[in-house]
Ligand binder design. Structure first.
Ligand SMILES: [Zn+2]
Length: 343
């Protein structure tokens, strides 16, 4: 298993996080990458810097104006009088406003709300460089997988909640979607994503919603009790050419290894039926029983078995790091998963 990581990813250190009316330290800390890197070194896996990319590479799955916003937001924010250290939205255009002609205003405050789904994705010093580096890792890993060798992109910040033109849930650029798109551009005809992060991969679903060349499956905590709340249910199956190409497998709070692995089995069966010739695994470890905001209760052995099952699909695969916020355990869980994979 070849590994891609970028040093710029450590420069993103979001502070703001709002939870149940309380401002808390953001969970998406640079130490997460340190824990994962330590595991990569412990396993003696080959570690590479990604090949450089241009912002236009990110625009393969994102709106160009959104990419431009991400790369320049700090300039506008820092020009505001009496501004805080990070760009955080304090309002969003509502469905009523949008139905009545709302437009993107010429204002950084308006733009931050326009391009963000929630307050969990502050933009601060180093955010764009980290986002850009994570995207480069996903693309480099996909380039290698396109040659038949599976690879792990150690992406931070994560990406699977990012839509084509919207950040959300610690995510800015959808690294997993970029990996899937890269595989297609390198000759894959049909790509599947099997998202095993504890949260619904709503951004990936959104990006490929009406496309028939990417099958998106997600195994996650029931959105009636867990982020992203509004989507992630079984009735969301895609539209147009993508009808039937999205599979949501929500699980009840406290679901342990057996229910989680059974859902992964369903996603694997559906991937086979779809006829995918390449695979992307948005790989979060927040389904762990030891996760700070625990919803599912998956053991380290469960992650090992998931690795074994996904490897058995026999497809060129890009593993893309998503969530998981227990810094002490993240590296161990990566080792468990890759141990099952048979790295
Ligand atoms: Zn997550």
């Amino acid at each position: 298993m070849q590994v891609f990581a970028d040093g710029a990813q450590l420069g993103h250190s979001p502070q703001f996080f709002l939870q149940r009316g309380q401002v808390r330290r953001n969970f998406e800390v640079p130490e997460r990458a340190g824990s994962l890197l330590a595991a990569v070194q412990h396993m003696k896996l080959p570690l590479h810097a990604p090949s450089p990319i241009e912002p236009s590479a990110i625009a393969k799955v994102h709106a160009p104006d959104y990419v431009e916003f991400l790369s320049t937001a700090m300039i506008g924010w820092n020009a505001l009088p009496d501004h805080g250290p990070e760009a955080v939205p304090n309002l969003h255009p509502t469905p009523e406003m949008l139905a009545q002609g709302a437009i993107l205003p010429n204002s950084i405050i308006g733009a931050v709300g326009w391009y963000a789904a929630d307050t969990a994705c502050p933009i601060g010093p180093g955010t764009w460089e980290a986002v850009h580096g994570a995207a480069a890792c996903a693309i480099s890993a996909a380039n290698l997988a396109a040659k038949g060798e599976s690879a792990y992109a150690l992406c931070r910040p994560p990406g699977h909640h990012a839509y084509a033109a919207r950040a959300g849930g610690h995510c800015y650029v959808n690294n997993s979607a970029l990996a899937a798109q890269s595989l297609l551009e390198h000759g894959a005809k049909r790509v599947a994503t099997i998202d095993i992060d504890a949260h619904h991969g709503n951004g990936t679903q959104g990006i490929f919603w009406d496309r028939g060349d990417v099958f998106t499956a997600s195994v996650h905590g029931d959105p009636d009790g867990y982020y992203p709340w509004y989507v992630g249910r079984a009735h969301e199956t895609g539209a147009g050419a993508g009808e039937g190409c999205n599979l949501n497998l929500p699980l009840a709070r406290g679901s342990g290894d057996e229910a989680w692995l059974a859902a992964i089995d369903k996603a694997i069966e559906a991937t086979r039926r779809f006829g995918a010739d390449a695979l992307v695994v948005p790989l979060g470890f927040d389904a762990s029983e030891h996760e700070p905001l625990s919803f599912l209760s998956v053991t380290a052995n469960g992650f090992a078995r998931a690795g074994e099952k996904l490897r058995a699909l026999g497809l060129p695969t890009v593993l893309v790091q998503e969530g998981g916020y227990n810094v002490e355990l993240l590296g161990d869980l990566l080792e468990s998963f890759l141990g099952g994979w048979g790295h």
